[in-house]
Design a protein around this ligand. Structure first.
Ligand code: TMP
Ligand code: ASP
Length: 255
């Protein structure tokens, strides 16, 4: 039955529950949002359901194209069932267009194309504010072997290669995104966590309107509507009209 047995972990946006099946967890997506290392807090109406469903769409799409993921299915309207993994404490970020911390670090204007895509590694450590690290740090920290780290980077680039055209057909530009991976009971590495407007930057292809968590981080307004629109496009047909997006200055408030 996969009944929930106990809370294993509670994060800022999700709860992970054990189930009566040893290798299966139930991930519950909350409407809570935080930014700036937790200094900014709020809720985004309906976010949990959107992020669960968007993650399900992405995981199914990727699994169908050879990417090993933790995803097993949806449960209710805001929970996923997933294979139980031990998360590798690395955040793997892929960037196609300069934005956010990359734009800041290199003094690049947001929106400047990045070619070839950049892969970055961050150490998952809230107390340290998830610092940017490189291969040498990974080795010294011993959080993954050289071969594993290389596989994570290659998988992240493969995911990028699959999602850019998929999202483009939905009228969305994949600016950047963050992935996490975990090891299952057999030691296999699986794509884990979530893939959602919380963890990706998505801009409307025509107008550049931001349809992701930057609306919350930067107080741009229209947060819940943007999340709903992403889900609508992903679950709808190809290249729908730009309903709800395209209003106003695309880069408004991007400071
Ligand atoms: P950044 O530009 O702030 O470094 O973010 C890069 C990408 O990673 C962006 O798509 C948002 C995502 N991200 C997370 O999912 N979690 C985080 O804690 C941070 C900082 C970024
Ligand atoms: N993980 C960050 C925090 O909770 C949020 C973000 O910017 O995505 O502070």
């Amino acid at each position: 039955m996969r009944a929930v047995t106990r809370l294993l972990y509670e994060g800022k946006a999700k709860q992970v529950f054990a189930t009566d099946e040893r290798d299966v967890v139930r991930i519950h997506f909350k409407d809570d949002a935080t930014a700036l290392d937790g200094k900014k807090r709020g809720t985004i109406e309906g976010k949990g359901a959107v992020n669960a469903r968007v993650s399900a769409v992405f995981f199914e799409y990727l699994a169908g194209r050879g990417v090993a993921t933790h995803y097993l299915g949806m449960a209710g309207d805001r929970d996923l069932l997933a294979r139980r993994v031990t998360i590798i404490p690395l955040e793997v970020v892929v960037r196609n267009v300069a934005a956010g911390s990359l734009a800041k670090r290199l003094g690049w204007e947001e929106g400047r194309p990045v070619a070839p895509p950049i892969v970055e590694l961050y150490l998952k450590d809230d107390a340290l504010g998830d610092p940017l690290i490189n291969h040498y740090h990974v080795r010294a920290l011993a959080v993954a072997s050289d071969g594993e780290r290389q596989r994570l980077e290659e998988t992240a680039l493969a995911v990028n290669g699959l999602l850019v055209p998929f999202l483009s057909r939905k009228g969305l530009r994949l600016i950047d995104f963050k992935l996490e991976f975990g090891r299952d009971a057999g030691g296999d590495i699986l794509l884990a966590d979530e893939l959602s407007p919380d963890t990706c930057r998505l801009w409307d292809s025509d107008s550049g309107y931001r349809m992701d968590k930057d609306r919350f981080r930067r107080d741009l307004g229209g947060v819940a509507d943007a999340y709903q629109e992403v889900l609508r496009r992903l679950e709808g047909g190809e290249s729908d009209a730009v309903a709800g997006a395209g209003r106003g200055d695309p880069q408004a408030g991007s400071a």
